[in-house]
Write a protein of this length. Structure first.
Lengths: 356, 356
């Protein structure tokens, strides 16, 4: 039975304030309206095709995702231009990638020639063409090739059969949570210089480099203004969370976890039915919407709060802003979209668990 | 397509070594064979009905779970004696609980008379009888009533219509990870004394107290030997994890996350396709099965490792022991049961996401 009002939703549950989410979507779309870079929103945050379609309707250039399984969900929902911003390795997944390319314009990141060769072979077998970009190591020390080695790789990739070489990408993940805005700006500019140096190497090798993809919610207003970047992969802006709110305060928190009070053992202690399996834990404790509560501890199935003022009763429902929206959404099967207290939509989180 | 061999499983994936799991199940069953207390395994760890049935076949007295939604999954799979070791609050859930009682012998914990009254009313409406135990605060400072207040509550609960008062429970969660074995033993004994004091109060009030439920994997050999305790709610022993292994070394790690190498940017750096959304993070980093690898960092979709010796290639599969099995299992949709390298079973984690 679909609940009619927010108070009727069984908990723990993910609630989207639709008015706020729509404001976030419009605000980001507006920012990119007059920029040379386009927005390519990252679906790893919401994992939900209807939200991706809303982003496209507002002018996004395409959608980003993290995993092949997520791309498959998006393509099945009618989205063609999907960037998998990671490497896909292992022969069975590479075959799935080739098949998916027959039904979409999916783009995948590579950082070795061996991986590109395998993709080329699978694509030829599937009679598909696979779009490929090279991931550049821009300072995060994770995946990718350093700028000075990109041209050599691009030359070898571009001449492979059934591969369409499209450009380069980088992710300045090491800059996102730098608290000082000047320092964040400086480090992000440095990362973007590395990516643009890689692009220049590719161009000097006589290879077209249509896509230069980078960025995220934490750096959208730096990378989005950087000459030469063609698209920005922001994800979290759609919902925001307590951690991102400290970095990009112009977006509002649209997502909460709704929980129910299950125990009131002492005057000050409030126990809710949402713990580690309803929130995620990496970025710290959730933030109560009510200023009368302080979050003290998350255990597996319980949240422990301290009541500062007033009273709350067993069975009462409370809302909390997750510390990290992307991992919190990965724990739930659906969103309840609420407007003015009424449940307007129930959206399955279709790409949840599609990590493979 | 069901993979035939472990190497064919697409990643990230949860793999159970069935031989090891069966040894763990047998070892724990064996321990309780000659004890006055019975084992009531906690299904919050595996969330998988077929494993619960295996535990019952080996002599378990019933199954424990954390949530009403988990109990519904277990009952649908034919398990009748299910303890929900938490409070169920809010009228719509209480109605579900009453309905479930018509199809099972479900038992639920309460710690207020108001909650018990609501359950009684819903049970009467549903023409059901609901089994109830009182949660006692044994020192964890979470839910429950202190021992000295249990008799008053028991008297009021036991006389409610459509309620079967069955006993008391406590959880000594604050003792589980006490590293020093003597200190753990002392604190657990103290917690058990509080629970038994509560039972004595109930008995003195002239109310039968059939169930005295407590314990977990970390304290099974203390609480399981404690005179007066009737059942022990151990869960993690089935799979174990890197954290529990330090406490109860007699059980073996049966569960791993299988991951694929997606990038080898430097001689020492290995990047896998499993991050925060494939492991959980609360108890620390996962442990590589290979001694040649050190886990350095988990980000959302990536694990970053340092290679000490030898070589690993892109596309190669590696195994890792999660730091916390209960939350890791909550991120996946299925287990691959493997014996001697062959995939023998694929089991949906049916109660995953059943937190409501």
């Amino acid at each position: 039975m679909v609940p009619r009002f927010k108070e009727e939703i069984e908990t723990p549950a993910l609630v989207i304030d639709l008015d706020i989410m729509e404001r976030n979507l419009r605000r980001m779309a507006e920012y990119f309206r007059n920029k040379p870079a386009k927005l390519r929103p990252h679906a790893k945050t919401h994992k939900c095709p209807i939200i991706a379609h809303k982003q496209l309707l507002l002018g996004a250039a395409g959608i980003t995702c993290a995993k092949l399984g997520e791309a498959e969900v998006l393509v099945r929902a009618g989205i063609r231009d999907v960037l998998i911003a990671n490497q896909v390795t292992g022969i069975s997944k590479i075959r799935r990638l080739a098949s998916l390319s027959r039904h979409s314009d999916v783009i995948v990141a590579v950082d070795t020639v061996e991986n590109a060769v395998q993709i080329s072979e699978a694509a030829r077998e599937a009679r598909a063409g696979v779009n490929v970009i090279i991931e550049v190591e821009v300072g995060m020390e994770r995946c990718g090739v350093p700028p000075e080695k990109v041209a050599v790789l691009a030359r070898r990739v571009a001449r492979l059969n059934a591969i369409n070489f499209r450009g380069v990408m980088g992710y300045e993940g090491h800059c996102v949570f730098v608290q000082d805005p000047d320092e964040r700006r400086r480090k992000t500019a440095e990362a973007n210089s590395r990516l643009l140096a890689a692009r220049d190497e590719v161009l000097r090798a006589g290879i077209p480099c249509e896509i230069v993809s980078a960025g995220g919610t934490g750096t959208y207003d730096i990378t989005g203004r950087c000459e030469g970047i063609t698209e920005v992969q922001a994800g979290s802006y759609v919902f925001m969370d307590a951690t991102y709110k400290k970095i990009v305060s112009e977006f509002e928190c649209a997502l909460t976890v709704l929980a129910t009070v299950v125990s009131r053992p002492t005057k000050e202690r409030v126990i809710i039915d949402a713990g580690l399996k309803a929130f995620s834990e990496g970025f710290g404790l959730p933030t109560p919407v009510s200023p009368n509560l302080v979050f003290e501890k998350l255990s597996e199935e319980h949240g422990k709060l301290r009541l500062l003022d007033g009273d709350v009763k067993c069975g009462e429902k409370l809302e909390f802003i997750p510390s990290h929206c992307c991992t919190a959404c990965n724990l739930h099967d659906r969103y309840y979209g609420v407007r003015g207290g009424r449940v307007e939509a129930v959206w399955p989180i279709e790409a949840r668990g599609m990590g493979t």
